[in-house]
Design a protein around this ligand. Sequence first.
Ligand SMILES: [Zn+2]
Length: 264
Amino acid sequence: MYTLIRTVRTRLFADLTWPEVREAAERGAGAVLPVGSTEQHGHHLALSTDAVLPTELGLAIAEKHDLLVCPAVTYGYRSRPLSGGGQGFAGTLSVRAQTLMMLVEDVLRELLRQGFRRLMILNWHFENQNFVYESAWLATDGGARTDARVMVVEQPFSQLSDETMATMFPEGFPGWDVEHASIMETSLMLHLRPELVLFDRAVDDRSRRHPFYDVVPVPDDFVPASGTLWKATQATADKGRLAWGEIVAELDAAVATDLPKEAP
Ligand SMILES: [Zn+2]
């Protein structure tokens, strides 16, 4: 399906030299922009979790689809209490929506200017959704620019198999919004980057209230004290390996469909 891609020294965009990047653009390589956050992830996960995971995900499919993985956008939109614990924790460094949208748009425009035509925004931080779509929209002049394509991955996967869900969440699935610093993210980090996990400090927690709406200013009972929104202690590296295999396979198929080497 693909023309032969000669071995690339590294898939990390910023670790390449400028002639290597120029050659990549000329041969039709794509570029992935991971978008994450610097955000509290409980007592046990690194602040960098939401930037590390999409970077790893981009790298997992990069060779097969001839993609380079750009330095992640490591500041995200404001952490919200019902999906990220909120802004009240030490270490959470967020930006306003306009800053995020302009930053992502500017980086996309730079990649386009340099000749990259297959672009992917790969977002992991829940609160960045929609804003990154706006960046893609603006960078392509509202869809008028037809010589390039931006795949906007606002959430890194759609769903896992029933078997994997049953293994991951034996006591029932609480919803992805509270899967912050909990079973899924902790399991993935144990599988991929165990050196960034202090698992003996993991706790199970939840906010006292989790309504279907949000409130400003933030009610205290929307915020779990630990910053973990669900059951982190049930995470394992094996669960992470299981879920990761499906997440990578799903994105791999999505790229083959909507961002193949031949397109646009
Ligand atoms: Zn996260």
